[in-house]
Design a protein around this ligand. Structure first.
Ligand code: UD1
Length: 363
């Protein structure tokens, strides 16, 4: 098979790493980087650490409004895909890169395989929700991480080409977590295991609102342990522009750090007393490693983590964040709702059965 894989934003590098590795054992892959994320710490470091091959093409789209960013990628991807003429195009997750890749391929009648299909927050104010819905509805192969995702697709009338393969982020965790020397990372940041919380915030809805961002800063400053805050470039710009960064520095208990590499993220997450985040992927990673999570959103795509008691939705209200953290607990049960960490193999088998001969496992 000739496969064109399209990535461009940080979470996609984490998801693509195990799939690229398995795919290249027996097929030809062209890797396209849209350039949506371009800073070393948002992009290159993931390729280096996770052994992802260098992209064959980098479209260098950079930052911009949603329409412009997506539109520019769409035009460039269309030209490239016409030239490459792959048997299938792989897209990951829910970013503007995912949407552009799926649309470009679908309009050229090239089959689209969507990794992490079927997720829904049911909040259409999130750009990612629009990206997911459109991508799923133009995809030919919908690779779902959970049964909940399969059910969402079914309720939207999508039952053909749906496969439950498990979560690729668990593959990445399985492949790389044991290589991590947590003690070294803790020493680097001057931290003790269990003595701090790890935090991130990057959703536009929070980080573009001075009021909500202020509430988050104020909550982090009031917690009972230091908060190691890995600050996304967008959030940093907004903290600086609003003067809130001074509050972060003045808090004393907040330790602001740049966006972390995969290895450092996992090392700190595993050693933390809990995670505070609005990231989708990190809610799951906390679950993989048995770390309690407080999610600074009103809804989540990863409902299993909430139902099983490992994750609490608190929104961005200061008091709810503080109460959520003090109520953090580690339930006894942590069932394998995200599969067995071999999703990449299942994904490649699905691709082979549909586009290259072999056996599939249709739902
Ligand atoms: C994007 C995805 C989101 C994903 C997140 C992970 C969309 C709609 N959103 O959000 O689903 O969870 O990535 O990080 O695709 N910036 C830099 N350097 C970079 C990248 C971004 O400084 O390397 C800054 C720019 O100022 C840019 C802003 O971050 O304007 C937002 O970047 P963008 O790619 O639009 O979205 P994210 O917020 O990163």
């Amino acid at each position: 098979m000739k496969v064109a894989s399209i990535v461009g934003a940080r979470p996609q590098f984490v998801k693509a790493a195990p799939v690229c590795r398995t795919l290249r054992e027996r097929h030809e892959e062209t890797l396209v980087h849209s350039g949506q994320h371009y800073d070393h710490e948002m992009s290159d470091v993931f390729f280096e650490q996770l052994g992802i091959p260098q992209p064959d093409f980098n479209l260098a789209v950079g930052s911009g409004g949603h329409g412009r960013q997506t539109g520019e990628m769409l035009g460039m991807l269309e030209e490239l895909l016409m030239e490459l003429a792959p048997d299938v195009v792989m897209v990951y997750g829910d970013t503007n890169t995912t949407l552009a890749g799926a649309l470009a391929a679908a309009k050229l009648t090239i089959p689209v395989a969507h990794v992490e299909a079927g997720l829904r927050s049911f909040n259409r104010a999130m750009p990612e929700e629009i990206n997911r819905i459109v991508t799923d509805h133009v995809s030919d192969l919908l690779l779902c991480p959970t049964q909940v995702a399969v059910d969402h697709l079914c309720s939207e009338g999508i039952t053909e080409g749906v496969a439950l393969v498990g979560d690729v982020m668990l593959d990445t965790a399985r492949l790389f977590a044991e290589r991590i020397d947590a003690a070294e990372v803790l020493a680097h940041y001057g931290l003790e295991a269990g003595g701090f919380y790890l935090a991130t915030i990057h959703r536009a809805s929070t980080s573009d609102s001075p009021e909500l961002l202020g509430s988050v800063v104020s909550a982090y400053a009031a917690l009972d342990r230091p908060v190691v805050w890995a600050i996304h470039p967008r959030t940093r710009k907004n903290l600086e522009a609003t003067g809130l960064y001074q509050d972060v520095e003045a808090a004393g208990s907040i330790v602001p750090v740049p966006p972390l590499s995969y290895m450092d993220t996992v090392a700190l997450l595993r050693s933390s007393a809990g995670l505070l985040t609005d990231s989708g992927g990190m809610q799951k990673e906390a679950y993989f490693f048995g770390v309690p999570c407080v999610t600074l959103r009103e809804e989540t795509e990863w409902t299993e983590t909430v139902e099983l008691g490992w994750n609490t939705l608190v929104g961005t209200d200061r008091e709810r964040i503080i109460a959520g953290v003090s109520g953090m607990r580690r339930p006894e049960e942590r069932p394998a709702v995200y599969g067995d960490g071999h999703a990449a193999e299942a994904i490649v088998r699905e691709l082979e059965s549909r586009f290259g001969g072999g056996e599939g496992m249709d739902e």
